[in-house]
Design a protein around this ligand. Structure first.
Ligand SMILES: Cc1ncc(COP(=O)(O)O)c(C=O)c1O
Length: 347
C-alpha cells in the first residue's frame, strides 16, 4: 500500500451489507417496477443499439433530454450513472467539505476519498436545520456545502426560508452549495428557482427513487454552465453506458408515471405513519420522503425482530444522535401491512 496516498489508509467501506428478505425496505427504492410499456420501449431501444460502439462521450443525448424535461440549459446539466459519481466529483473538486450530522454518508465518503477536510454540523432539536452552526462552520474559507432537501436520513423537509438563508450566506462567502434533491418529488419541493438565481448553487437529482430505476443507475446535476462543465469534465469519458442511456431516455419520454408512483407512495407513507403512531415504544419521525425514520428502544432488537419476520430495514444507530433508530422504506401496500403487523408484535 506504499504506492497509495496516506489519507486512503483510514478509508471506511460504504456502510451497506446485502441481506436477502421477503420484504425489502432497506434502500429507499421504489416498490414498483417501471411501467411495462416504458420498459418495453427501453428494451426495443436497447436491441436497436450497436453494442460494439462506444456510447456518447458524456451522455450528451441524456443531457439534452434532462435539459428538456427540467427546462434547464443543456450546458448546465451534467449526467452520471448515479448521483454518487457527481458527489464524488464534487468532493474531489472541493477545497473542503461541510455537511450536517447525520447526513447522506457519501458526502463524507467523497471528502475522505479526496483527502479534503470534512466538517459535519449537528442538526438542531427535532432534526431542524442548524442555520447558525452551518454559517459558523463556513468560516474556514470556501469549499462545498452539501445539504439534502428533503434531508436524509431523517426525512425532514427544512423550511424554504432557512435553506435560502444558508444558501445566501454561504454563496456570499464563496462557497458552492450542493442541494441534493434525491427525494424532492415525495416532498413536492423543487429548488430550481433558487439554483437558477445563483450560479454558486447546484442541484443533484437521481433516477433511483421516484423514477423506479435504482438498478439502472442514473443521476444528474443542474447548475451553471461553468460548474456543470467542470464536474462533467472531471468524470471519465464514456461513463454513462449505452444501456443506461437507452433506459433513461425511454423514461424521460414518459415522465408522467413518476407523478402516479409518488402519489401512491405518499398515500402509503401516511398510512405507515398513522399505523406506527399507536406503537407503545416506537416513535416515527414525520417524513417528506419515501422512507420513515423510527426511533425504537433498541435498533438492533428492532432490526433483528423485523428480519425474523421476513422484513429487512436499515439500522441508523451508527449515526450520532440517532440511537435506537431504524429507517423503513415505504413499500407496496402488502409490504407496509407486513411491516405494521410485525411492528405491532415488537416492543
Ligand atoms: C440523499 C441521497 N443522495 C444521493 C443518493 C445516491 O443516489 P444514486 O443512486 O443516484 O447514486 C442517495 C441514495 O440513497 C441519497 O439518499
Amino acid at each position: 500500500m506504499d504506492a497509495f496516498k496516506p489519507h486512503l489508509a483510514s478509508l471506511a467501506p460504504y456502510p451497506y451489507r446485502r441481506v436477502d428478505a421477503r420484504v425489502k425496505l432497506d434502500q429507499n427504492e421504489s416498490p414498483e417496477e417501471l411501467p411495462p410499456a416504458v420498459k418495453e420501449r427501453a428494451l426495443r431501444r436497447l436491441a436497436d443499439l450497436s453494442w460494439n460502439r462506444y456510447p456518447d462521450l458524456h451522455g450528451e443525448e441524456v443531457r439534452a433530454a434532462v435539459a428538456r424535461y427540467t427546462g434547464w440549459a443543456p450546458e448546465g446539466v451534467a449526467v452520471a450513472p448515479g448521483s454518487n459519481f457527481l458527489i464524488l466529483a464534487l468532493g474531489q473538486a472541493a477545497r473542503r467539505v461541510v455537511d450536517t450530522s447525520p447526513s447522506f454518508a457519501y458526502y463524507e465518503g467523497a471528502a475522505r476519498l479526496s483527502g479534503v477536510d470534512h466538517r459535519a454540523v449537528k442538526l438542531g432539536a427535532g432534526f431542524s436545520l442548524p442555520v447558525g452552526g452551518l454559517l459558523a462552520a463556513l468560516g474556514g474559507g470556501p469549499g462545498v456545502l452539501f445539504l439534502a432537501q428533503p434531508h436524509a436520513p431523517t426525512g425532514t423537509l427544512f423550511p424554504a426560508d432557512q435553506v435560502a438563508a444558508v444558501v445566501a450566506a454561504a454563496t456570499r462567502d464563496g462557497w458552492l452549495v450542493v442541494l441534493d434533491e434525491a427525494y424532492h418529488q415525495f416532498a413536492g419541493s423543487d429548488l430550481r428557482a433558487l439554483a437558477r438565481g445563483n450560479p454558486s448553487v447546484v442541484l443533484l437529482r437521481t433516477f433511483s427513487k421516484a423514477w423506479c430505476l435504482g438498478g439502472v443507475r442514473g443521476g444528474y446535476l443542474l447548475g451553471s454552465p461553468e460548474v456543470a462543465g467542470k464536474i462533467q469534465s472531471m468524470l471519465p469519458p464514456f461513463l454513462v453506458p449505452a444501456h443506461t442511456a437507452a433506459v433513461l431516455l425511454s423514461a424521460l419520454e414518459s415522465p408522467g408515471y413518476v407523478e402516479d408512483l409518488v402519489a401512491r407512495v405518499v398515500a402509503e407513507r401516511g398510512r405507515l405513519l398513522a399505523g406506527l403512531a399507536g406503537h407503545p415504544t416506537w416513535k416515527a419521525h414525520p417524513s417528506a420522503t419515501n422512507f420513515v425514520l423510527v426511533r425504537t428502544p433498541d435498533a438492533r432488537a428492532a432490526y433483528d425482530g423485523l428480519l425474523a419476520r421476513g422484513i429487512l430495514v436499515r439500522r441508523q444507530d451508527h449515526y450520532p444522535g440517532l440511537d435506537g433508530c431504524i429507517r423503513v422504506t415505504v413499500g407496496s401496500p402488502p409490504e407496509n401491512d407486513a411491516l405494521l403487523a410485525a411492528a405491532a408484535s415488537l416492543r
